[in-house]
Design a binder for this molecule. Structure first.
Ligand code: OFO
Length: 164
């Protein structure tokens, strides 16, 4: 039985994961129109991952006897201020998401909902990986500098799935 408070916070997370997907889709589209095909590809893949995260919450809430609600999503920005700031924004957003995942862990423990507490651990690990892989990209960007984007754009997909 899913405690009502936990159901509510999980429903709020559906909104956050769906917004993450739309935000990364908007970033992908912007990068695409700016001629950064590799960076766009990275963001398209990221947008799909976030959609998958949202679906995980939908299924989990319903499997536990709750009701997953599909929310409205705020419109993400359409334009971004350069590649370095783009990834800084991604890191800031992922840190915000990590905070909201931690809030779910804390509430699940408080409500003695150990099923949710166990299930959400996948997201705890996922957030460590996501923050770390975005930090790796920012470190590389700092090394190459924004003037040298051709090679960075060509190689960015090789930074995916390194577990870093
Ligand atoms: Fe970025 O992991 Fe979901 O939100």
């Amino acid at each position: 039985m899913l405690p009502k408070k936990v159901e509510n916070i999980l429903n709020e997370q559906i909104q956050k994961e769906g917004y993450s997907s739309n935000l990364y889709l908007a970033m992908a589209s912007w990068a695409d129109t700016e001629g950064y095909a590799g960076i766009a590809q990275w963001f398209f893949a990221q947008a799909e991952e976030e959609l998958m995260h949202m679906m995980k919450f939908v299924h989990f809430i319903n499997e536990r006897g709750g009701h997953a609600i599909v929310p409205a999503f705020d419109q993400p920005p359409a334009k971004f201020d350069g590649i370095k700031k783009l990834f800084d924004q991604v890191l800031e957003h992922e840190r915000f998401i990590s905070g909201s995942i931690n809030d779910i862990v804390a509430l699940a423990i408080e409500e003695k909902d150990f099923a949710t507490q166990n299930w959400i651990q996948w997201f705890v690990t996922e957030q460590i990986e996501e923050e770390s892989s975005v930090q790796l990209i920012i470190d590389k960007l700092n090394l190459v500098g924004e003037k040298n984007m051709y090679l960075f754009d060509r190689d960015i997909m090789s930074l995916r799935g390194t577990g870093a």
